[in-house]
Design a protein around this ligand. Structure first.
Ligand SMILES: NCc1[nH]cc(CCC(=O)O)c1CC(=O)O
Length: 318
């Protein structure tokens, strides 16, 4: 066998090494190998800046892009062929030459109430301590239960659970999907419906990024794309992109497909929950992007503009 033909049968995944990232990379590897007998998929483990700076709230250290930059560099330098991401953590912009080409079927998009003491949010006594570092979760929690004390909680899923188990918190909020993937579904005391906690853009979905001119890889990825998930995430991301919100503002965006129609709901709020600007759109899947944009415009007019301006001190977000 020549060197070229050997390489033809190998595809390399750049991945972070958190248990969740590794699960997602393994999942894509397995899906690819099942779809393409004879293909060998290798993992290329990497450390990102986001993995190094774990004790500062994400909103303060420059956001989600921290977790993907190193992976993208590996793609651009041809040290790997694809990067697998939680769609929730993928920034709106891609470096020139890279793009998101595949979105896999969505797992449970909801937030999970996790506690060793209480079965639900409403059961918690006044003054209970809840851990989350997500401004979106904090905003919705504080509106519903202004009497709770919300404390910052960082680290990967396992770290967060051990901080709960140590007694540092009465409850914590995590994504159901992350717990499911790690075999920790039994830790979910209550999955919070979107009415109580509107999920983050793309929550529960895994996406794959590659070099846009790499037609071989794009063809290999085709069977993994899940159309319904892709259209939902497209509407959610269009809303988010049009808001230019970044992750220093509480933003929720969640689309469902009901009888072939998109139902997109959006939220922009203040971190303390005192302001909640909400809206929704229904329409055809073909119009996913337009629905997201027009919902964003409505939210901006209804108060989101003021919230964004306040957070970014009147400057355009970077
Ligand atoms: N912010 C970290 C992160 N990124 C994706 C998930 C969960 C899996 C997903 O939403 O796809 C999590 C953990 C969490 O929010 O609890």
């Amino acid at each position: 066998m020549t060197v070229t033909s050997m390489l033809d049968n190998v595809l390399r995944i750049a991945t972070r090494q958190s248990p969740l990232a590794l699960w997602q990379a393994q999942y894509v590897k397995q899906r690819l190998e099942v779809s393409h007998p004879g293909l060998t998929v290798e993992l290329v483990p990497m450390v990102t800046r986001g993995d190094v700076i774990l004790d500062t709230p994400l909103a303060k250290v420059g956001g989600k892009g921290l977790f993907v930059k190193e992976l993208e560099l590996a793609l651009l330098e041809n040290r790997a062929d694809i990067a697998v991401h939680s769609m929730k953590d993928v920034p709106v912009d891609f470096p020139e030459g890279l793009g998101l080409v595949t979105i896999c079927e969505r797992d449970d998009p909801r937030d999970a109430f996790v506690s060793n003491r209480y079965a639900s949010l409403d059961e918690m006594p006044h003054g209970s301590i809840v851990g989350t570092s997500s401004l979106r979760r904090q905003c919705q929690l504080a509106e519903r239960r202004p009497d709770l004390v919300i404390r910052s909680l960082r680290g990967n899923v396992g770290t967060r659970l051990s901080k709960l188990d140590n007694g540092e918190y009465d409850a914590i909020i995590l994504a159901v999907a992350g717990l499911n993937r790690l075999g920790l579904a039994s830790r979910v005391r209550m999955a919070l419906p979107p009415e109580i906690s509107l999920p983050a853009v793309g929550q529960g979905a895994v996406g794959v990024e590659c070099r846009l001119d790499d037609t071989r890889t794009r063809t290999l990825l085709e069977p993994l794309n899940h159309k319904d998930t892709a259209v939902r995430v497209k509407a959610e991301r269009a809303m988010n992109t049009h808001l230019e919100g970044g992750c220093q503002v509480p933003i929720g965006s969640y689309a469902e497909l009901i009888n072939g129609e998109i139902w997109l709901r959006g939220l922009v709020g203040s971190p303390d929950g005192s302001i909640q600007v909400r809206g929704e759109r229904r329409g055809k899947p073909e119009d996913a992007e337009q629905l997201g944009i027009s919902l964003a415009e409505e939210l901006l007019v209804n108060g989101a503009r003021a919230i964004l301006d306040e957070v970014y001190n009147g400057e355009a977000p970077v």
